[in-house]
Structure formats: C-alpha cells, structure tokens
Design a protein around this ligand. Structure first.
Ligand code: KIV
Length: 297
C-alpha cells in the first residue's frame, strides 16, 4: 500500500510493506506476528526499522504519553495527531489506530465517520475497536467502507468502570463461552485480527485455535498468533508498576536520566557548551568588536 502524502520526504516506500494477507499467512504457517504500540515519529521509526509487523497507535497514549490514569479522556483529534506522526515514520509495518472511547459508542454512522477520519486524515490502514459481539454491526459497516478492523476482547481498558478495575477476564465458564461467541461473531462480521488482552492462557489458546483470523495477545499467553506490548512498558518509561506480562527489554528511564543529569551538571559548571561547540566570527569581523562603533558607550 502506498500513501506517499503521509510519508516523510526522506523515507522511500519499503520494498515489501506488510499486508493483512501476510499476517494471515503467518498464522497459517505458525510464524509469530510481532506488534508494538508507538505514538510519535522517533519511536515509530525505531519500531518499524526493527522489523515489527504491526504498529498500533494505541489509546494507551492517554496514560503513557499524556499522563491520565485511564484511556478514557483521549479524543479523536489527539489520536489523529499522534497517528499522523507515526504514519510519517513508517515504511514497512501496518499502521493501525485505536478508536478512542466515545468515538464509536453513540451511533454507527458517527463511528464510521470517525474511522474514515483515521484513514483519510492520518493514513491509518486499520482501526481497532474494543468489545464483543455487540460490535458486529459496526465491524460489518467498517468493512463495507473498506476499513480493516482489529477487534479487542478480554480486558478492554475502555470498560474499566464496568469491569471494576483492570482485571483478568474470562475466568468463569460463562465468561469463556461469551469470549468464544464474541470471537466467532467478530470474525464472521469481517474483523481482520483480534487482540486478546488480560485473559487466561488456556482461553486465548482456545480462541486462537478456533478462529481463522490471527489473534494478537497481551497478557494472554504464548499460544496467540502474535504478541503486542505497550512501547513504554518495553523500555521502562511508563512510571507504573509493570503488569505480570510486561517484560522489560531496556531501561530508557535510566538512560534518559543519566543524559539529563549530565547536561544539567555541564551547564551548571560551564563545561557546556565548549569552544568547539560554539560558532565563531571570521577574524576580520571579530576585530570589529573592538572598534569604537561596537564598543559599549
Ligand atoms: O491502547 C493500547 O495500547 C492497546 C494495546 C495494548 C493492545 O489497546
């Protein structure tokens, strides 16, 4: 897929951009799908250059970028702003955008109009919506509008108040049956992927085996067709105790702290900037500084 007007001028298109068919083929072949969130140009570039298959501009940005305590306050315009930044950085991965809370809850027409904004104004190749079988009609309408839909089941953070907190879902027989029904219904409605979040490994494995579209897990065990993590959790930038599943692969907080403290020290002891880090006047102009015209009265 080529979206030249959304791409940074210095980035030519990738030789073989990832497609949803390629993700489907990975499921069939038993090759894990890799996904990460990103919310800005710099991190999206690093994620894409590392060969991750799918980049989600998650509404988790409300928490890890904007500092809210839930994902609920982030708006469509804020999500569009971040999706555009990510889009400009990415050559190869699929870029998907989260539909924020409130943007698809009041009417299907409004939801479709909002989803179209993510494609038209920000270059998203797919949107993600949270919820089960009750979203089937919306998934059908979005698919009819040529928008690939990623469904999201289990611990759905936009339902935090209904769930009574961020709790693992799908533990009772009834809840497992509901999740299986939801997954089948969303697949039949045309969803291209399903994110499975915060559920027992055994339940995610069963859903993954039963549906033919790929599942992407987060806190849902290793049998999912792929995995996704929040970028800030991966590199220790989320300032909250990590969830059990959030393996940390680097410590950007320590790296950034050291750099910032070094800078502060150097400014305070005047070792930054050095002469070599300064611009200089040509000799003749420097001499003019000593002439009466430029000498202070
Ligand atoms: O908002 C988000 O980052 C997400 C992923 C964790 C799946 O929904």
């Amino acid at each position: 897929m080529s979206i030249p007007h959304f791409r940074s001028a210095d980035l030519p298109p990738a030789a073989s951009p990832v497609t949803f068919q390629a993700l489907q083929d990975k499921k069939q072949a038993g090759h894990p799908i890799t996904a990460l969130t990103a919310y800005d140009y710099a991190t999206a570039r690093l994620v894409d250059e590392a060969g991750i298959d799918l980049i989600l501009v998650g509404d988790s940005l409300a928490m890890v970028v904007m500092g809210y305590d839930t994902t609920l306050p982030v708006t469509v315009d804020e999500m569009l702003h971040h999706t555009r930044a990510v889009r400009r950085a990415v050559r190869r991965a699929i870029v998907a955008a989260d539909m924020p809370y409130g943007s698809y809850h009041s009417s299907i027409d409004e939801a479709v109009a909002n989803a179209i904004r993510f494609v038209k104004e920000a270059g998203a190749q797919a949107v993600k919506i949270e919820g089960g079988a009750s979203r089937a009609e919306l998934v059908e309408r979005l698919a009819a509008a040529e928008i690939p839909v990623i469904a999201h089941l289990g611990l759905t953070p936009q339902s935090v108040h209904r769930m009574g907190g961020y709790k693992v879902q799908g533990k009772s027989t009834a809840a497992i049956a509901q999740l299986l029904h939801d997954a089948h219904t969303l697949e039949a409605a045309g969803a291209v992927l399903i994110v499975l979040e915060g559920m027992p490994r055994e339940v995610a494995a069963r859903i993954t085996a039963e549906v033919s579209i790929p599942t992407i897990g987060i806190g849902a065990g290793p049998e999912c067709d792929g995995q996704i993590l929040v970028f800030h959790d991966l590199v220790n930038l989320s300032f909250s105790p990590p969830a059990k599943f959030a393996r940390q692969y680097g410590d950007a907080a320590a790296l950034f702290r050291e750099a910032i403290e070094g800078y502060r020290r150097d400014v305070e002891d005047r070792s930054f900037p050095s002469d070599a880090e300064s611009y200089h006047l040509p000799k003749a102009a420097a001499a003019a500084l000593e002439t009466p015209a430029l000498r202070r009265a």
